[in-house]
Design a protein around this ligand. Sequence first.
Ligand code: NAD
Length: 479
Amino acid sequence: MHREYYGSIIGGKELPAARTDTMDSFDPATGKRLARIQRAGADIVAEAVESAEQALPAWRDADGADRGRAMRRLADIVLENLDLLAYLESIDNGKPLREAEGDVRLTAGYYEYYGGIADKIHGETVPLGPGFHSYTRVEPFGVTAHIVPWNAALQQTARGVAPAIAGGNVAVVKPAEDTSMAVVEFARLAVEAGVPPGVINVVTGLGAEAGAALVEHPRVRRIAFTGSVPTGQSVLRASATHLSPVTLELGGKSPNIVFADADLDAAAAGSLAAINFNAGQVCMAGSRLLVHRSVHDEFVSRLVAGDRAVTLGRGVDNPGMGPITTEKQYRKILDYLDIGRSEGAEAVVGGGAAVVDGLEDGRFVQPTVFVNVRNDMRIAQEEIFGPVLSVIPFDHDDEAVAIANDTPYGLTAGLWTRDLSRAHWVAAQIDAGQVSINNYFAGGIRTPFGGYKASGFGREKGPDAVYHYLQTKTVSIQI
Ligand code: NAD
């Protein structure tokens, strides 16, 4: 179902392999090469920006209802191609097919949601007093750049592109080098859906080449970056040279807090999902589990039983958990398993690489639970981005809050309690952009999402995200 070559999509057309060098994309479950991907450089990035600029006037000046209709057609065509897109995302990333299907539905959901807002964007009148008429116009920036990581390529592309184009901007996307296939296929479908060529462009390539060239391009007027803290910092520095506003969606070390009065069955299932979904390669993974001491041992035994039951396999075969997407990430997780042990933590389940029959060259890691963890250990402070849970006991609510906030990050938090007052009090104390109670993944396209502290700034999702891609102009007249 996949093609042998995927190239950049510029002005609705895929660039041929002959234009540049290529890089390989691998199946993380088998280690085998899947496809060749175009390795675009600064010249191709410049072409993409130019193509976007050519598409800008017509798209910007179109009736919002027409933009919305095109975006809803795009949502429909994404769903019609769910099998293909989910398959590509699953083989390229390694994630179970059902999770990839969820990503495709979410992708369609973003275009539908923001397509529905496209004709409801407007400024306001300002009462300046008798003799004056004053109003604001909200206008798009122009070319927006979207730098996307490898853990959920399609839906994270949609998270930024959908609100940007709803407001009349035109987009250039740089997917991660390891997972470009589904994003390229999506951009082809966008043209089929009737989104004018040049409104959504995709440039494939390395971060240091295509990514850097895109964020350094002086005619890129707005940047949305999702990825690691160090790259986010370098994107911010690049944006300073031409003063483009930036949204940074960075990493996390999110606390997931289980109070003694919680529904422990629901909390255990939810806490396992919070760390094992997409093999823990999730920015908002609940990777620090704070458990009230009175239920600690019982809770840990539930986690152990849950992790032991996880099946590993090739994503397209829908196992409990797939392989780790990139070789670099696989090595990083294994290093952290060693670091945890050397710091004195104990892996009560998992703790190493896993070998799966018939997939001996796959990059599999055992889902792991560390106990005897202190919050100052590296495995509690640093983002591992794998199925590795650090469990820390606490005695009092104040202590739980203090531990939860004692991290450089502040992306999300989970709480498990039946006590409403406690739930809302703790939610207010936590430094995080999103707190979910009794369902770790509660929230979605309609709820604003983004980081406190080192997890970044700016908010995506929700209706206001459209306004992050718009600039306000005040017009005043003396009558
Ligand atoms: P990364 O920072 O290495 O790469 C992210 C993207 O940036 C890739 O497309 C890469 O090619 C590109 N890039 C690399 N160098 C660049 C440069 N100099 N200029 C411009 N672009 C450049 O991150 P990753 O390893 O791909 O992703 C994992 C990280 O992403 C984790 O820290 C994770 O928490 C974070 N993440 C955050 C969210 C969120 O919404 N907050 C979502 C998913 C992932």
